[in-house]
Design a protein around this ligand. Structure first.
Ligand code: ADP
Ligand code: MG
Length: 258
């Protein structure tokens, strides 16, 4: 591995770009090479992510699982272009995100990533469509087109009938569906979910996991971050993280949930 990493680190700008084009052509939507995130706390260095190499193909449904403090959120922030690595390369859909400045990073994030967090940061006084449309406003889409696409995204999460309800008139599970509709509305390359069922009771959590399975069946690429093994089992591949490193990377056996 080290030789490969060294080789990649030493690529010229031109070769790095070609590498990205190859990854994109091969349908590899996420590729990290020796990715590091180091925090300095006083005189201590904390390697929250330390030398991670992962590859995720278009159409995969992958869970990133590990105990609290293992570096999941830090890794998710890097994959989601919310943060940049201390060292290493990160290609998102063929583009070298690890080299980007903040404004370019914000643009690629809005275009390529749909985020679902544990709790939905909604506009409390607005109905579902304005909540779902938000990413399209940043993308400069017309209001007519925004409504059409918000409706389509709400249909994809079975909420079209609840369109005119405000967040406080919806259940926790329905609010999380609005969040997923918002994440989908831009037709992102990946759906990135951090503990998406963490605030829900288990029955509602299962409903949300069933929805993710359907979105996967429909061709979406899903990366699910969780510390719970029984949630991770819903994915089709689990990347186990410990102390900022990939400990194991394995497929989930078919029928593992039943
Ligand atoms: P997880 O999401 O798996 O619980 P995190 O990515 O939040 O793990 O944290 C990984 C490690 O990095 C932990 O030791 C945590 O204390 C540390 N860490 C995370 N964010 C910061 C930060 N902004 N500054 C300093 N240390 C941090
Ligand atoms: Mg976390």
């Amino acid at each position: 591995m080290a030789t490969l990493d060294t080789a990649v680190e030493e690529l010229s700008a031109r070769e790095r770009q070609e590498r990205g084009e190859t990854l994109k052509r091969e349908g590899i939507v996420i590729r990290t090479y020796d990715l590091w995130k180091t925090y300095i706390m006083g005189d201590q260095e904390i390697h929250a992510v330390s030398g991670v190499d992962i590859e995720i193909r278009r159409g995969e449904y992958v869970a990133i699982m590990g105990p609290s403090g293992s570096g999941k959120s830090t890794l998710m922030n890097l994959i989601g272009c919310l943060d940049t690595p201390t060292k290493g390369l990160y290609y998102l859909n063929g583009k070298l995100a690890s080299d980007m400045e903040d404004d370019e990073l914000a643009r690629i994030r809005n275009k390529e990533i749909g985020f679902v967090f544990q709790t939905f940061n909604s506009l409390a006084r607005a109905t579902a469509p304005p909540n779902v449309e938000l990413p399209l406003i940043y993308a400069g889409v017309s209001s007519q087109e925004r409504l059409t696409r918000a409706r389509e995204a709400l249909r994809a999460v079975d909420l079209e009938q609840r369109m005119l309800h405000k967040p406080n008139e919806l259940s926790g599970g329905q609010r999380q569906r609005v969040a997923i509709a918002r994440a989908l509305v831009n037709k992102p390359s990946i759906l990135l979910a951090d503990e998406p069922t963490g605030a829900l009771d288990s029955a509602t959590g299962n409903e949300i996991m069933a929805l993710f399975e359907r979105l996967y069946q429909e061709g979406n690429t899903i990366v699910l971050v969780t510390h719970e093994a029984d949630i991770a089992m819903h994915a089709h591949r689990i990347i186990h993280i410990r102390d900022g490193k990939v400990e194991r990377d394995e497929p989930v056996a078919a029928g593992a949930l039943s």
